[in-house]
Design a protein around this ligand. Structure first.
Ligand code: S3P
Length: 416
């Protein structure tokens, strides 16, 4: 099959969550265009509405009228969304609220100790059994400042603390070993908060006045773009251009990896949008080389490893992804899910000491995709199956709605 054309993908999921959350506590009306249309965003919107947020869709635009959020009178259902859970925990704590977070089976088995510890140090009273959801957080006394070194490379944990620190009475500092996605820092400072970064230490001041509202067109999601990048590079006579994609360095590690794998890509029309770089990216048919991916780049490709593992399946050697243990704590155990599906399609892949090894070759067995109800596993292996067999069978299509409900239509639009 060939894939040709130009696509304008929905907004970045991470920036969309932050735009809804921060505009909910801003001083006035924010305008948000190209919001990510997946189910995770609906979780954030319904959680905040239960706390009094005023969020309305007017045609394709979302208008958010900033308010003083209030403690909800029901449990807050975060659905499948780790970003909702961890960021909302910080945001609502900064507002001095009392709330209970719940989620679906996948979210209810994901680790929350990583936010419980810093939030407790910031004075929140938290109960949870086994450090998983439900989390009952009482932050009625407000939050204390903190100086904290984040022990895992996680933007969700960093953002939880940054947001909680907005409600303290003195500055806080947060240190990370490897820079993770920094959209919270960028958006907070665009909206008037005082945040500075030096040598991987972020200093954040409490809000002494409300955030300014924001007017933003959310850049297209690079994590969604990665699936179409793979479609273009893996298929003969193919070329896809993806417009207005977020180019934040903490997010486009997959493009560096693709370049190392000998993939053809080019970027045009670079611009700045509310502090974030965006541009148009063109990917075309390439001969894939194997590569070794070092642990320091892992945070910048964390959500793209499933699709990069699929690209590696078509290479001329063994591709190694070093230190990818964090994959085990995503919407499913992605390390297991990647290996399971690659093996099912006839590719030798295995785990050794938290690194993933993929022996390139040719997927030669048509298998049913075991999604483990994980959107990114479903999409990555749909690309593999389409590329090698021109068809796909998924054990669950609906999970794709989490981040890119229009996935199959977008593929149809560029299939020639
Ligand atoms: C996200 C951070 C990452 C990423 C997730 C979105 C965010 O999670 O995997 O899809 O928006 O902050 P971790 O911070 O847990 O690595």
């Amino acid at each position: 099959m060939q894939f040709k054309g130009t696509l304008y993908l929905p907004g970045d999921k991470s920036i969309s969550h932050r735009a809804i959350m921060l505009s909910s506590i801003a001083n006035g009306k924010s305008i948000i265009r190209n919001l990510n249309d997946g189910d995770d965003l609906q979780s954030t919107i319904s959680v905040l509405k239960a706390c009094g947020a005023k969020i309305n869709r007017i045609n394709k635009t979302i208008e958010v009228e900033g308010v003083d959020l209030i403690s909800p009178n029901k449990e807050l259902d975060c659905g499948n969304s780790g970003t909702t859970t961890r960021l909302v925990s910080g945001l609502l704590s900064s507002q001095g609220l009392n709330f209970t977070l719940i989620g679906d089976d996948s979210l209810s088995s994901r680790p929350m100790k990583r936010i419980i510890i810093p939030l407790q140090k910031m004075g929140c009273n938290i109960s949870s059994s086994n450090n998983v959801l439900p989390l009952i957080i009482d932050a009625k006394k407000g939050t204390y400042p903190i100086d904290y070194k984040v022990p895992v490379a996680s933007a969700q944990v960093k953002s939880c603390i940054l947001l909680a620190a907005l409600g303290a009475d003195k500055p806080s500092t947060i240190q990370e070993d490897i820079l993770t996605r920094n959209h919270t820092e960028i958006m907070l400072s665009t909206m008037g908060a005082s945040v500075s970064v030096q040598d991987k230490i972020i200093t954040i001041n409490p809000l002494n006045s409300k955030l300014s509202p924001i007017d933003i067109t959310i850049p297209s999601d690079p994590s969604s773009a990665a699936f179409f990048a793979a479609l273009a590079v893996l298929n003969d006579d193919s070329e896809l251009t993806l417009n207005n994609v977020l180019l934040n360095k903490t997010r486009i590690g997959f493009m560096e990896v693709l370049k190392k794998m000998n993939c053809h890509l080019s970027i045009d029309n670079k611009q700045l949008n509310n502090g974030e770089e965006v541009g148009d990216i063109t990917f075309s048919t390439s001969t894939i080389h194997s590569t070794e991916i070092e642990s320091k780049i892992v945070p910048a490709i964390i959500d793209e490893i499933p699709i990069l593992a699929v690209v590696a399946a078509y290479s001329n050697g063994v591709t190694i992804f070093r230190n990818v243990e964090e994959l085990k704590y995503k919407e499913c155990d992605r390390l297991h899910a990647i290996i399971h599906n690659l093996n099912a399609f006839g590719i030798n892949a295995y785990e050794k000491e938290d690194s993933l090894f993929v022996e390139g070759g040719k997927p030669d067995k048509l298998a049913e995709i075991a999604t483990f109800h994980d959107h990114r596993i479903a999409m990555a292996f749909t690309i593999l199956s389409l590329t090698s067999f021109g068809k796909y069978h998924l054990d669950n299509k609906d999970c794709i709605d989490i981040s890119l409900p229009n996935f199959f239509n977008l593929i149809k639009r560029v299939a020639k």
